[in-house]
Design a protein around this ligand. Structure first.
Ligand code: SAH
Ligand code: SF4
Length: 379
């Protein structure tokens, strides 16, 4: 419900939620499918353009509902075809969405929070502190905006966006309910029809929420590992002090095996010169991941001002990759895309208003209930 207009924003409703909405206004449930197609396949936000809906119902919809995406502040297109949108969310902050075209596919990198409370030492989003959780409409709204920018042909036919990764700003598992709803809409045929293998949630390791995720949705999982031992990971990814490596890898393994078919965990590892890129780190990683079905994605550090870190040399990156490869791992190195528009991993800074003070950086984690149930979130 939009507090200023008193209207329900239909953009963020999953199919069952949309059906209940129509029931609540005294209409048939099948209307949900018609309206979802207009919104998500055709990018329509004007009820008068929904031509298979009679005038009386259109008036009723205008009185009770709206289709409102986040406001687009800017759209940049890089020389390599990468696109970046800056969008303003209800809290007043701005977040970023990036589209990366590759041969035969297009990946959209979506944000889940304005800022992030987890304060990983090498991440510019983390450096900004936490401001707010995005609503479900603001998360799926990023897909809606990107899809509209490719023209209003149905998403299923056009398929400019074949993959979505929750790897933009924020920790998606700390905005659990809204991210899960948005991912349901991404995969729904009435939404964007993206295959469950091609929707990926990336987490820095919020263990209780990994367990919860497995109960409510089937999507691919990526773990931001970044260090092969607890001492180093405590330093780089502070949430490791609460949920150490053994516990974390067990939760990930359980999640993957719970999916019931042959699926693998993606391991993300940002390479930081002289910090986690040495042969000893590769050896420890080989041991740590020996029994885990996974593919490894190495991300050379993307610098930002005053980070205190450097990108390793190409030789060091290759040496690290070779060691993992020789141990039988599938290892790719993520190439930097959209560099000229600051669209690379860890360069997404948006504009975070009223950030939580750094001394309160663990607030979102501390708020997790002891039984690991999803924390209350906005919708
Ligand atoms: N919060 C989630 C998802 C967003 S970050 C997570 O941490 O997994 C997406 C990926 O980019 C993460 O693996 C993150 O660690 C990595 N990253 C952050 N800052 C980076 C930087 N400056 N250079 C390279 N990768 C970075
Ligand atoms: Fe947050 Fe992920 Fe950045 Fe860590 S890497 S601060 S969890 S967005």
């Amino acid at each position: 419900m939009n507090a200023s207009t008193g209207k329900v924003n239909l953009l963020g409703l999953t199919q069952p939620q949309m059906e209940s909405f129509f029931e609540q206004i005294g209409e048939k449930r099948f209307r949900a499918g018609q309206v979802m197609k207009w919104i998500h396949h055709f990018g329509i936000d004007d009820f008068d353009a929904m031509s298979n809906i009679g005038k009386a119902l259109r008036e009723k919809l205008k009185a009770n509902a709206e289709v409102r995406g986040p406001e687009v502040v800017s759209e940049d297109i890089s020389a390599d075809g990468t696109r970046k949108w800056v969008v303003r969310v209800a809290s007043g902050s701005c977040v970023e969405t990036v589209y990366i075209p590759q041969a035969g596919r297009g990946t959209l990198c979506v944000s889940s929070q304005a800022g992030c409370a987890l304060d990983c030492s090498f991440c510019s989003t983390g450096k900004q502190g936490f401001n707010s959780n995005l609503t479900a409409a603001e998360v799926i709204g990023q897909v809606w905006i990107a899809n509209r920018s490719f023209g209003t042909v149905p998403a299923k036919i056009d398929r400019a966006i074949t993959n979505v990764v929750m790897m933009g700003m924020g920790e998606p598992l700390l905005n659990f309910d809204n991210v899960v709803s948005a991912m349901h809409i991404m995969m729904d045929d009435l939404g964007y029809g993206i295959s469950k293998r091609k929707v990926t949630l990336s987490t820095s390791g919020v263990v209780p929420m990994i367990e919860e995720l497995g109960k409510v949705i089937d999507v691919s999982l990526a773990l931001s590992l970044h260090a092969p031992n607890d001492a180093l990971r405590n330093e780089l990814v502070p949430i490791n002090r609460k949920y150490p490596l053994a516990m974390l890898l067990e939760a990930c393994q359980r999640y993957i095996s719970g999916l019931g078919e042959k699926r693998v965990l993606t391991i993300e590892y940002t390479l930081l010169k002289g910090v986690n890129d040495q042969p000893e780190h590769a050896e420890q990683m080989i041991e740590l991941l020996a029994k885990i079905p996974c593919k490894i994605n190495l991300i050379p550090f993307n610098p930002f001002p005053h980070s205190g870190y450097e990108r390793p040399s190409n030789n060091a990156i290759r040496r690290f990759q070779d060691m993992l490869h020789k141990a039988g791992h599938n290892v790719t190195v993520r190439t930097t895309r959209g560099d000229d528009i600051d669209a690379a991993c860890g360069q997404l800074v948006g504009q975070v208003a009223d950030r939580t003070r750094r001394s309160e950086r663990y607030i979102a984690v501390r708020q997790l209930p002891a039984d690991g149930a999803p924390a209350a979130s906005q919708s």
